[in-house]
Structure formats: C-alpha cells, structure tokens
Design a protein around this ligand. Structure first.
Ligand code: PEP
Length: 262
C-alpha cells in the first residue's frame, strides 16, 4: 500500500504559523528552565507562532511543566536502538515516555564534534518515526564546501540519507543550518536561505511536505527578513534562544513575518 505523504497536522499549537524553535544545547538545567519560562511566558503572544524547545533531556519535564504558553518540547539527540548496553544514550521510546514530541537529529555539532554520519542520521530518523517522535533533521554545508560550489551536492546527499524515511512519519521538519553560520555571528542572507531551502525541498521530493527551518546566528534583528524569505517556514535558534527576552522578540518576528508551513 502506498504511504500517505507527510503533511504536518493542524493539531500543534500555532499550526499554520511560522515555527520558532530554540535549541538550548547543553545549557539551562531544570531550575534555569523554570526561570526561563517564568519570564518568557508572559512576554509572548499565545498561538502567534509555533513554539518548539529542544531542551537538555534532564530539563524536559521542568520546561514542559513551567511553560505557561502553548509549546512543543523535544530532545536534542537519540540513539537508534530501543534499549541496550549503550551507556549515556537515550532511545526514541524513552524520550517519548519522558514527554518529548520531537527530536533534533544530525545537528551540525553532532555531525562535526561527535562524528555522526549520514548513515547514522538515517538510522536515527527511522528510529524516531517508529517511536512516534517527530524528527527535526538538520542539514548544512561547511564553508569550504560552499566555496567549492558544492552546496547542492552536499544538501542532496544529506537529505537523500533520510528523505525516504519521512514518507511514513506523522510529523517531521528539516532545518537548513549552514555550518559556517552556527554560533559564529555570520548569517546567511535571505537569498542564500531561499536558495538552499529550494534545494532541500527539491531533494525531499513532492511526497514529503514538511516545514523547512533556517538556523545559524538568528537574532531579533535578522529574524523577520529570514522568515520572510521564500520557502522559509521558521527558524531554529541556538544562542539567542537562551535569553527569554531575546527569544520572545524572535517569536514576535515570526508573527510579523506571517504564515508559514508550520
Ligand atoms: C543551532 O544550534 O542550531 C544554531 C543555529 O545556533 P546559533 O543560533 O547559536 O547559531
């Protein structure tokens, strides 16, 4: 039987709006997560954007309990096995049981610091889909790859490693994050983002219709322009998601930029 194409359901809070996702990386333990939401929740307009938080695993419950705004929560990494002798790892099933609805997969720090390969990204995506966890898969080129004119080749290779697995997913997203723009203060122009997002969409194929987010030094000052670029359905924000006031301003920018594929 042919699988139904992925089409993000309208159930998520803020569905149909831009996605504004924060990746806290290894920051904000449980107490800091509570403090973040005590300040963030009153500062954002409910439902104006689709808010997503990728917290450290140990802060997931504190964040979800402390948020007084509709938001979705996810982890930053999973292992592809369901259980076993894999010290320090978390399975997709365990993340779900702990309250995660989504998981980042293949973030550039996982690929470039921890040596994660395209094949491993593919296995993790399949594990997430099997467990009912929405994969948010990160792709992006290195500066030398961009300079060598290899943007399209790199993105097609990275997306090709998991696109087939998304056809069976109930929900998923892809984040285009040029490696040279992550945590560096360098940002892709809206034109760069639109070009790369077009490649990602084409590599995903017509059967996989999911939000495609931009990530890489997003700040309140560039968020409206980036989220207004063609094919940009929202943003994945690292450093600027740690400060509740700054992240609230990025959420506001998402509302200004208007509807998205989220
Ligand atoms: C990220 O970690 O996904 C990211 C985009 O980081 P930053 O916003 O700090 O560049």
């Amino acid at each position: 039987m042919a699988e139904e194409p992925v089409d993000e359901s309208a159930r998520a809070p803020g569905a149909g709006s831009k996605v504004v996702a924060g990746n806290w990386k290894m920051n904000h333990g449980p107490a800091a997560a509570e403090r973040f939401f005590a300040r963030f929740s009153p500062a954002v307009e409910e439902g104006a954007v689709r808010l997503v938080f990728f917290t450290p695993d140990l802060s997931l419950a504190a964040a979800a309990d402390g948020a007084r705004v509709p938001a979705e929560f996810g982890v930053q990494n999973i292992h592809w096995e369901g259980s076993g002798a894999l010290t320090g790892e978390t399975s997709a099933e365990m993340a779900r049981e702990a309250g995660a609805a989504l998981t980042l997969i293949g973030h550039s720090e996982r690929r470039h610091i921890f040596g994660e390969t395209d094949a491993e990204v593919g296995r993790k995506v399949r594990a997430a889909v099997r467990a009912g966890l929405a994969p948010v898969v990160c792709v992006g080129e290195l500066l030398e790859e961009r300079r060598a004119g290899r943007l399209e080749e790199v993105l097609r290779r990275q997306v090709g490693a998991f696109a087939g697995s998304l056809a069976g997913a109930r929900a998923a997203m892809v984040a285009y994050e040029p490696v040279w723009a992550i945590g560096t203060g360098e940002t892709a122009t809206p034109e760069d983002a639109a070009e790369a997002h077009g490649i990602v969409r084409s590599a995903l194929g017509r059967r996989v219709r999911v939000p495609v987010l931009y990530g890489g030094s997003v700040k309140p000052g560039n968020a409206v322009a980036l989220m207004s670029a063609p094919d940009v359905d929202g943003v994945l924000v690292g450093g600027a998601s740690l400060d509740p006031d700054v992240f609230a301003r990025i959420a506001e920018a998402g509302a200004v930029a208007g509807p998205g594929g989220g």
